[in-house]
Design a protein around this ligand. Structure first.
Ligand code: ZN
Length: 637
């Protein structure tokens, strides 16, 4: 394989990465045309998200980009350098607030510098924008979740007009909800709620209304995509999406998502529209996101193999037969390659997507579960050689074990967790699914992880061709235990305990095993540093089987007391000395905590009449060039 640069520039707390689309060149020209059109429809949604995140974002971006491209003063000064970092952070976060923490960025350049630069680039000073950048009390949080405050009025996101309070919005939508409707639409997901002459009105995001010009561009490219669709089903999906963008009608949206769920054949798929509600403090309004993907048939076969053998895994697990499912169906997760990321999936992206979000659609028609394999791959390529393993793994032999197997085993463990773990086992009759209360999530994640850990070491895995040899599972055991006991602590602030369910689960499994290991694994000190040593992997597997049986019993019987005991004893508390040691060792590696992606360019190939005949893929565009190009070509400012 030729060299590919997965790792690109670093600024502030961010590392930019690139992903590779290996399936692109193997597609037909028609499929590549489809991808080009869907890609354009993806990129045209960008400014919708920018405006949703904060109503001043687009004006600030325009102002700062003009300085960035036209400033004739000294561009080598610390002031200009800091200004560029601010702009890059803004590009990365799709606005002036941190993409993850939601707090507003503190500029590390001065206000006099910007005023001078604006004058130098022929721009008038807009005092409202200056306050938004420099006054920390103005629009300080994009999404405020602090209890007791008016979450609508104190959040800088742009989902509610001036004067709308949390109470007003909640009452407005409570009135629209019919608790007896078996197929409820997601009220309010595609509109801004505004106060007009004392009345609350929804300004719907559709053609001819708010974001209409941008939505019309999306529709234009979707129409072209419809022509190149891979099947009649896919044509119908695209047509329904166009209809939804034209009307804003939420029943049409539900119909579209049902058609989208059913459309599973073919190589090319996409997401395009108002999707996740994390950006709204009330969790109603959906931010715009999109991406285009190609199915990875090879990797998808892995999850299909697991699903097909779901019953074998259920029958052979170390769990009490009373807690096993008589009939067991695995879930098939598609593995895909992302081609173009857009809106809320860009530049920072998730690696797994499960849609649609409507509960009744999921129950009746199912959902599409997708792992974006080329992004996971880029992450692990970027992690190579960053010094992490050299610092935290006990010896060269174990580092080599991880370098050799860990990517593959990590993917397989995730598949086992998702495709089999969550779906295995059953509750005894009369036991409520909520019996474990606040411990329910942690116990459920523990159960799924243990199922995966137990089986990744099974000879059946080699037999099914999912694991290359009988050594490979050891890398997953080592990295899982090291993470659960030691390295995941770097994500927790000093003095805090473990709260998040997945982190609690990993700590629980690792600490329980350590406590019961009797020499099979231990923490050792060397040169003042703490390391994990595993002495007997087979004994460790037996322990994992024992814990799996116990956790399944707790779940099946709804044994709240044992759940509480297990989680509180092993999954919550942190040794402060080890915690500080981990934080110090990690800080000295100087790794960027956040990562995101630069898109490849999908370049149209046209004939002499200008008709699109094919498309090619190009890598290597620098981040700032890509941002300026998107700002120029996909904006109607
Ligand atoms: Zn899970």
């Amino acid at each position: 394989m030729e060299a590919f640069n997965y790792v690109d520039e670093r600024f502030a707390d961010i590392r930019m990465l690139r992903f590779r689309v290996s399936a692109f060149n193997g597609l037909t020209p028609r499929q590549r045309r489809l991808i080009y059109y869907l890609g354009e429809a993806t990129l045209w949604g960008r400014d919708i998200l920018w405006d949703q995140n904060c109503r001043l974002n687009l004006r600030i971006r325009k102002m700062l980009e003009t300085v960035y491209t036209e400033y004739k003063g000294d561009r080598t000064t610390e002031e200009f350098r800091q200004f560029a970092v601010y702009l890059k952070r803004m590009w990365f976060s799709n606005g002036i607030h941190h993409h993850y923490g939601c707090e507003k960025f503190k500029p590390t350049f001065t206000e006099p510098f910007l005023r001078e630069a604006l004058r130098e680039t022929g721009q008038t000073v807009d005092e409202e924008l200056m306050r938004a950048i420099f006054d920390p009390t103005v629009m300080s949080k994009r999404v405020n979740q602090a209890q007791g405050e008016d979450l609508v009025q104190t959040s800088a996101c742009n989902y509610y007009g001036p004067g709308v309070t949390q109470r007003m919005a909640e009452d407005f939508y409570a009135k629209q909800t019919d608790p007896h409707d078996p197929c409820p639409v997601m009220h309010g997901m595609n509109s801004r709620l505004e106060l007009q002459e004392g009345e609350l009105r929804e300004h719907t995001w559709r053609s001819g209304s708010m974001y209409g010009p941008l939505i019309d561009r999306i529709i234009h490219w979707l129409r072209l995509a419809e022509e190149e669709a891979e099947s009649d089903e896919q044509k119908t999906v695209v047509r329904s999406l166009i209809e939804f963008y034209q009307t804003g009608d939420l029943r049409t949206f539900d119909r579209y998502t049902i058609e989208w769920v059913r459309c599973t054949r073919g190589d090319v798929d996409f997401v395009n529209g108002f999707t996740e509600v994390y950006g709204d403090p009330l969790g109603l309004k959906a931010s715009w996101e999109g991406y285009v993907n190609i199915v990875d048939h090879e990797a998808t076969r892995r999850t299909e193999t697991l699903s097909r053998n779901a019953q074998w895994f259920e029958d052979n697990s170390p769990v009490d037969p009373r807690f096993k499912k008589a009939e067991c169906h695995g879930v098939t997760a598609k593995v895909v390659e992302a081609v173009v990321l857009g809106g809320d999936l860009y530049p920072s992206s998730t690696i797994g997507i499960n849609l649609p979000n409507s509960n009744w659609v999921r129950q009746r028609h199912g959902s599409k579960s997708v792992t974006i394999g080329n992004l996971t791959h880029a992450y692990s390529e970027a992690a190579k050689g960053n010094g992490f393993r050299q610092e935290f793994v006990i010896d060269e032999e174990t580092i080599q074990l991880l370098d050799h197997y860990d990517d593959q085993m990590d993917d397989l463990h995730t598949d086992l967790h998702e495709c089999l773990g969550h779906g295995s086992g059953q509750l005894l009759p009369g036991v409520s699914p909520d019996a474990l209360k606040a411990y329910g999530n942690t116990i459920e994640e523990t159960r799924a992880d243990l199922f995966g850990l137990y089986y990744i070491a099974d000879p059946k895995m080699v037999e099914l061709g999912l694991v290359p040899d009988s050594e490979a599972y050891k890398s997953q055991y080592y990295s899982f235990m090291m993470n659960g006991l030691l390295t995941q602590l770097v994500r927790i602030e000093p003095g805090k305990q473990i709260e998040e369910a997945h982190m609690r689960n990993r700590a629980l499994v690792a600490h329980w095993c350590l406590h019961n290991a009797g020499g099979a694994m231990e923490l050792v000190r060397r040169d003042g540093k703490t390391f994990l040593r595993i002495n007997d992997y087979e004994a460790l597997r037996r322990l994992l089987g024992t814990l799996l049986a116990e956790v399944q019993r707790i779940k099946s019987e709804g044994d709240l007391l044992s759940a509480e005991n297990l989680v509180e004893t092993y999954g919550v508390r942190i040794d402060p000395a080890i915690h500080q040691e981990m934080l110090d060792r990690y800080a000295q590696l100087d790794l960027a905590p956040y990562k995101g992606f630069i898109n490849p360019e999908i370049v149209p190939v046209r004939d002499s009449e200008g008709k699109l005949v094919d498309a090619t893929i190009r890598y290597g565009e620098p981040f700032d060039k890509q941002m300026l190009r998107y700002g120029r070509d996909y904006s109607l400012l």
